[in-house]
Structure formats: C-alpha cells, structure tokens
Ligand binder design. Structure first.
Ligand code: SIN
Length: 303
C-alpha cells in the first residue's frame, strides 16, 4: 500500500487530504459522514478574538459551478471555541489545525499564544485572506504585512504556522515569498475570489454584503495556476485549495506542486468526499507505480 504521509516542515500529516475552514463546521456536524481516522486533518471555521455576527443575509448564493459567500467570519470568538469545540476536536483521530483571524498583528499574536497552550493542536492557519470583512485581506495583499504577522505568530507560539493566501492580488508569489521568509511552515492557497451576483430584475445585488468570495469547481483552473506558480518559485510547501471534487482534481494539484490539498465547497454537497478521496488516492498512487505520494508532488512537465 502506498505511503501517503506528508511533511510540511514542522507539520506532519498521515495523508495530504485536509478539509477547508468554513466548510466543515467544527467537525461534529460531519461526524456521520466522514471517517476522521482516515483523513489528513480538519481545519474548523475561522476564529476571531471576540464573537462576530457576520454579514447580513443573504450570505450565500449558488453560481455556475460555484458558490459565492459573504459570511463575514461569523463565530462565537476564541474563548467559546476553546470551551465548546476544542475539547471535542482534540478527541478526533486526526490532525486539527485552528484557523484564526485578527484585525491586527497583536490580535493574531494573542490568539496564537492562547491556542499555543494546546499542544495537541497540529498547527495554526492564519486567515489573512477573508474578502468579506473590513480589512480582511489587508495582510494577505501586502507582502510587508504578511511578513510582519507570520513572523510575529512564529515568535509567539510553538505550533506550525500556515499562511492562507488570497488570490485577489497581482502576484501571489510575492506574498507567498514573504510568508516563507517570515518562517511559515506552509502556505495554503487559494481563498476565494471576489465576486458578485446580481438580481437584474430587482436591480439589486443578491448578497446582503453586495460582494462575496467565489469558490467551487469554477475556480479550479485559477487556483491551479496560483499553486503552480508559487510551488515553482517559493521554497515553502504549498497546500492547494480551489474547487477540488474528484481524485483527478487532487492529482492535478499534487503534480502542480501542492504537498497537500484542502477539500472545501464540495463538503456542502458531498460531505463524505474527503474520506473517499483518501481511499482513491491510495489506489491512484499505487497505480502510478509509486511507493510514496510525495514522489508525485511537483512532477508536472512544463518548462
Ligand atoms: C467568511 O466567513 O466570510 C468566509 C471566510 C473566508 O473567506 O476566509
């Protein structure tokens, strides 16, 4: 049987199939569908220091091969997460990576310090790329700020650090390079693309927040391009995200250079997909005549 283990600097995973923040609740909701003991890891919904109501509804709308959301980081805040969800999450037989968002570097650092007390967490993913909150992408669109926040979090706790990047930039490689230089163990990309849906008869935007973030199969080619460019030019492991819904999609991200992937929007219409993909990945790596999945990473022939 193929060896599916992957190592992203200080973060070791049993296999490269993770589930993306915001598409998997706090895992309890998915327990009936997913074999947590099979998947590589779980990333629960973004936590902020204090509770947030999120944006006004409607907050989601289906689009052609995709979905727009403008949730606005609705969550109960860090202490409620620790009290209500973290205990359960840490009983799961999988890596749990907490996803955090602060309004400034101090907030990121405070959250990292607090979560750093939980040694059984596998890592922290820094959401510096939410398009739906005021200032949400400020960090992820500015390489200097990306460097500042990643370096500060690295200095504040021992947990492996992943920077989740936005595609809403001219050149994602410069932001990834800043994260790598600051000591990120990995970068995950991409978060959603800013988009809009319009009800032309009413002459109104569909989303309460007017604009939102596009995810799902519609963005896969765009995400693949970003992953390939970053993997080629930045010395940091990449976690690919963007419209993955089949084993072929997983393989495309791996050969493009992703060391791991996150399943996102597909969880909403196929909640058992992540564990099914682990089975299929095992078979596909075997069928390729490889002993280890890592031997397939970055094997795209494109000069
Ligand atoms: C949201 O809560 O608005 C979505 C999360 C994100 O885009 O980072």
């Amino acid at each position: 049987m193929a060896d599916l283990r992957v190592t992203l600097n200080r973060l070791s995973l049993r296999n490269p199939i993770l589930v993306a923040s915001g598409t998997f609740g706090y895992a309890r909701e998915m327990a009936a569908y997913v074999d947590f003991g099979r998947i590589g890891g779980v990333i629960p919904k973004t936590i902020t220091p204090l509770p947030r109501m999120g944006n006004r509804p409607p907050r989601t709308v289906e689009t052609a091969s995709g979905m727009l959301n403008s949730i606005g980081l609705d969550n109960d805040g860090l202490e409620a997460f620790i009290e209500k969800h973290l205990g359960y999450l840490l009983t799961l037989e999988t890596a749990v990576i907490a996803n955090i968002a602060g309004r400034n570097t101090d907030e990121f650092v405070e959250m990292a310090r607090r979560l750093g007390e939980f040694q059984r967490l596998a890592g922290l993913e820094l959401n510096i790329s939410c398009p739906n909150v005021s200032g949400g992408v400020d960090y992820g669109t500015d390489p200097t700020l990306t460097y500042e926040v990643v370096a500060a979090v690295r200095g504040a706790c021992e947990l492996p650090v992943i920077a989740k990047l936005t595609p809403n930039v001219t050149n994602i490689t410069t932001v990834a390079a800043a994260a790598a230089e600051a000591g990120a163990d990995a970068v995950s990309l991409v978060n959603t693309f800013q988009g809009m849906a319009i009800d032309w008869r009413r002459r109104t935007p569909v989303l309460g927040n007017r604009i939102g973030g596009l995810s799902g199969p519609a963005i896969k080619p765009l995400a693949l391009r970003c992953v390939w460019q970053v993997a080629q030019s930045v010395p940091v492991p990449v976690i690919g995200i963007g419209g993955i819904q089949s084993i072929d999609d997983v393989m495309e991200f791996l050969v493009a250079g992703a060391s791991a992937v996150q399943i996102g929007t597909a969880n909403f219409y196929n909640p058992g997909l992540s564990s099914a993909l682990v089975e299929e990945l095992e078979k596909t790596v075997d069928a390729e005549g490889c002993e280890r999945v890592v031997d397939l990473v970055g094997t795209l022939k494109a000069s």
